[in-house]
Design a protein around this ligand. Sequence first.
Ligand code: SF4
Length: 402
Amino acid sequence: MLGLYLHVPFCAAICNYCNFNRGLFDAALKARYVDALIAEIEGAGRAGGAGRAGEAGRAGEAGRAGGAGRAEHAGAGTRADTIYFGGGTPSLLDAGEIDLIIAACRRSFDVAADCEVTLEANPETTTTDRLRGYRSAGVNRLSFGVQSFRDDELRRLSRLHGADRARAAFAEARAAGFDNVSLDLMMWLPGQQVEEWLESVDQAIALGPEHLSLYLLEVYPNAPLKEEMARARWSQAPDDDAATMYVAAMDRLEAAGYEQYEISNVARAGRRSRHNTKYWTDGEWLGFGCGAHSTRDGVRWKNVSATEGYIDRIGRGEPPAVDVRRLSDAERLGDALFTGLRLTDGVDEIAIERRYGVDVWQRYGAELEPFLDTGLLKRQNRRLWLTRRGMLLAHEVMTVFV
Ligand code: SF4
């Protein structure tokens, strides 16, 4: 079944490290954007079962030639079992707006009764009432961008919330009836020592969320944070400490009853992110909104990134997709192997052979063998997976496939 991704590109302030597709909140622009988003979803619905990916492929070719693909028609008449509001800061939308968007999804797709509906929320934006509104609208999973439980670290990241607000937001989520909550934490922050990082991990465990995502901070060359780090003489800990942060955090989380199921993600039993799992298991999804990506039936496309540009295109009745391309068999296979290795379950060679007609070990065995010897990779019963140490050096292994 499909996943539906809905991009919300607004933030109350722009964080100094952020590299996402987002801009400053503007109430009037937001209202126009929500209308455009609903129109795009409904456009996919109106295309009926006739559209689908074949049309997207042809449309992509036409789009490259004529400047306007019709990729948004690729999604109609299909079952979907996940909806994911990502951003940006989706929790800047009112419950009424979230309700309208989910209703548009339900009208346009055959949405499963037990659909996982996730909304990314920033702690400074929530109240119990607001979260109750989301719950009534059909959101059943929240993902909070906490990043750290230390105020000094949050200030360095120019985040608007403090640790107390993050804890309060979590309590509000529980009070509003959410029993499936995920927290994002970032490690390897400027000036952060291993013990300080583990303090945040312990605080997160103490709250008892169902799911956690742990990311390494990547400081982009043009990020304002890079300049601030130089000015304030903050540096990131040595690589070995970053490795210790990762391994120690995973150990603590496992001891607390979480299961690591992906390089950056842990969950309690039955609480893996169903939506994100589609990205790692060769699944299919449709993205709506500016900059959203879609992948279906071997076709991949991306909507125009600019918020205004997106609204204008939708307003003119033009498809928002600007980059549509049919993936070659080799690319599809490479992606399936590359993303599959992110999962602790690893890659099922038999499933790959059935789907792509390729014997993974015959094709890649010689290049993968050294990683088995050095303990980064394991192979048993035609299944390949990264060890925890291998996860730290995942990209070295994965380059074999791309
Ligand atoms: S809240 Fe998230 S998306 Fe918005 S600026 Fe900060 S990091 Fe970027």
